[in-house]
Design a protein around this ligand. Structure first.
Ligand SMILES: C[S@@+](CC[C@H](N)C(=O)[O-])C[C@H]1O[C@@H](n2cnc3c(N)ncnc32)[C@H](O)[C@@H]1O
Length: 284
């Protein structure tokens, strides 16, 4: 209870082991030994907030908490949420030039319905799904007449709240082309700092939901595109393999999977066709 002591609450290796197992079992994230200090720094804040004296008390509290709220708060504190608009820009070029062009041509020939489903799996604070929606809105003529939706999911309730708000600083929207920025964002504050909010056109295509990739997936698909970028990097090989297989199942024939630039499926057993680095297709 003494807050002075809590500033530097020690985390022993066995306590770290227990937290690590809990994190791995619930959300698939594998915390290496080198993450011990980071976990300690981030969870110290939780201990302080809950007025708990040490990590044994914290672990007991986690185990007893039937609401699951503390587990959510712990995962929020531990996970890495780095993201940006149009991050890894070549994926968005491929989305426009490779995928949407084909879908538009197919729809024009009436070979297929005007249907587009994209999933941003691990969407963090929303920059990725909104970038996808910007590309779709700006490149598909009359997208409103399509049955089009971007599903955006994440484990972190804190990030999903930000994503749903859709309000970003001038610094964050810097990576959006100025023409697109003026078309899809409104400036809602100029002082002391400029703030931008995604407009209703964009919002109408993006649906946010909390989803743990390790759990059940309520959606049926099929998806034309799945973005799961910079998420699997925190999972071990067995977890990655299972996840990639589940993505394959949920994709439509010729559906595309994008993964992060520091990720690869090379060492995993999978059924995808390699298109280019970090881009994979489900063979028709
Ligand atoms: C580094 S961010 C990547 C954001 C975005 N995809 C990008 O590339 O810019 C990783 C996100 O994955 C989420 N995440 C980690 N484990 C998850 C899980 N088991 N289920 C759902 N989301 C998870 C984290 O909460 C975090 O927001």
């Amino acid at each position: 209870m003494a807050s002075a002591v809590l500033q530097s609450t020690e985390l022993t290796e066995s306590q770290f082991g227990e937290i690590r197992a809990l994190v791995k079992n619930t959300c698939g994230i594998s915390l290496g030994d080198e993450k011990m200090q980071l976990v300690k720094a981030r969870l110290n804040k939780r201990l302080r907030k809950l007025s708990l004296a040490d990590y044994d008390e914290y672990i007991n509290f986690l185990r007893r908490d039937r609401t699951g709220n503390e587990l959510t708060a712990m995962l929020d504190a531990i996970s890495t949420n780095l993201t940006s608009f149009f991050r890894e820009a070549d994926h968005f070029d491929y989305l426009e030039q490779g995928i949407l062009k084909r879908k538009i041509a197919e729809a024009a020939n009436e070979k297929s319905p005007k249907r587009l489903r994209v999933w941003s799996a691990g969407c963090s604070s929303g920059e990725e799904p909104y970038s996808i929606a910007i590309v779709a809105c700006s490149s598909v003529p009359n997208l409103k007449s399509w049955d089009a939706a971007v599903l955006a999911t994440d484990l972190s309730t804190r990030m999903l709240e930000r994503a749903t708000n859709g309000v970003y600083s001038a610094e964050r929207v810097k990576t959006v082309n100025p023409q697109l920025r003026s078309r899809y964002f409104e400036c809602i504050q100029t002082r002391p700092d400029r703030l931008y909010r995604v407009n209703n056109t964009l919002r109408s295509f993006v649906h946010f939901s909390r989803l743990n990739l390790m759990g059940d997936w309520p959606m049926r698909g099929p998806f034309d595109v799945i973005f799961c970028r910079n998420v699997m990097i925190y999972f071990d090989k067995a977890t990655q393999t299972r996840l990639v297989e589940r993505f394959w199942e949920l994709l439509a024939p010729r559906g595309t999977l994008f993964i992060g630039h520091s990720e690869s499926l090379t060492s995993l057993k999978h059924r995808f066709k390699y298109v280019q680095p970090t881009v994979y297709e489900k063979a028709a």
